[in-house]
Design a protein around this ligand. Structure first.
Ligand code: GZL
Length: 329
């Protein structure tokens, strides 16, 4: 009899301690812990994206952000996600550097009962239950917009007589295997194919960085030189690097070679004001507000939309001066 009483009193004591712990935690306002794996700092866009996420998290006293920078390496992102799982965070969010290779680690997050939000870029997995929402731009549409601006404006910008001849385009692609690089190319070619005189004569990855964009453009100039009529850059940073290569070759960027790129970062507006870039298609990095609104909604038991698309515009050189003062990144 005594033994039973003793056991019961131990169980009661444990229950009291646990419920006190829960009360203390709630009373102390247990924070929502968010683990965010960022790709790196490869471009001005990425730096602005990081700033948006970190500054927005600070606006929520109920949120603790664990932030990790992967230096553009998928293995570092996978390590970070595993670490977030081990720490028992409440939500994992990440911008996947490439589309594939995520299923195993996302299954581990699912087994741990941790919801995953995709920020900026999508993943290619056959199990859509592995993530709850994807927020970011429509990269295919961005590619379409770049090409449509080009075919609508090329004749006005270049020697009209040339407009009836073949227009030679070189393309600086983003990071190989990344959603923006794959989709922007798809969208651009979807439009260009309707205009047979526009031809992509060279296409190579500049990995979304200024330095690589310059290096690849130097190779394009060496191979094709004055044959090049247009540069399509998958982001502004590579286009800005390419501008240096064009000038060092002795040609005028924005005049001898028409340049259209994507992101609409401050550097692109400055290059347009210098007459060296002709158009930038907006891709907003300011995802922090959407992300933490989604986190709070998720933790309040709401169902998130599977897809949250960012609204964006197109900025040609002629609007650069009036637009630049209004830009937030
Ligand atoms: C697009 C983003 C891309 C930007 C690049 O949403 O993933 O990555 O276009 C950045 O500038 O490096």
């Amino acid at each position: 009899m005594k033994a039973i009483f003793k056991t019961m009193s131990v169980i009661v004591a444990v229950l009291v301690v646990c419920s006190l712990a829960v009360v203390t935690a709630n009373a102390a306002g247990k924070k929502i812990v968010v683990g965010f794996s960022q790709i790196g700092a490869e471009s001005a866009w990425r730096v602005a994206n990081t700033e948006s996420i970190i500054s927005e998290a600070k606006k929520y006293p109920n949120i603790e952000l664990k932030f990790s920078d992967a230096q553009q390496k998928q293995e570092n992102q996978i390590k970070a996600i595993r670490s977030f799982i081990a720490q028992g965070v409440d939500v994992i969010a990440f911008s996947p550097v490439v589309e594939t290779g995520w299923t195993p680690v996302l299954k581990e997050a699912k087994r741990a009962g941790i919801p995953v939000i995709l920020s900026d870029r999508a993943v290619d997995t056959d199990d859509d239950s592995l993530w709850v929402s994807f927020m970011g731009s429509d990269f295919v549409e961005e590619g379409r917009r770049a090409a449509q601006w080009l075919v609508d404006n090329y004749e006005r910008l270049k020697n009209p007589a040339k407009s009836m001849q073949v227009v030679n385009i070189v393309e600086l692609q983003g990071t190989v295997g990344s959603a923006p690089a794959i989709d922007r190319k798809v969208g651009f070619e979807e439009v260009i194919v309707k205009y047979p005189n526009f031809k992509i004569i060279k296409s190579q990855s500049g990995d979304f960085t200024r330095s690589k964009g310059k290096e690849v453009m130097e190779a394009f100039m060496k191979a094709e030189g004055k044959k090049i009529d247009v540069l399509f850059g998958h982001n502004d940073d590579m286009a800005i690097g390419a501008i240096q290569a064009i000038e060092e070759f002795g040609l005028k960027p924005g005049k001898d070679i028409i340049i259209v790129s994507i992101d609409a970062v401050r550097g692109a507006f400055e290059a347009m004001l210098d007459g060296k870039l002709n158009c930038t298609v907006e891709c907003s990095p300011l995802l922090g507000p959407q992300l933490f609104q989604a986190v709070n909604d998720l933790m309040a038991g709401k169902t998130l939309p599977r897809r949250i698309v960012t609204e964006e515009g197109v900025f040609p050189q002629e609007v650069a001066a009036e637009t630049l003062p209004t830009r937030k990144y």
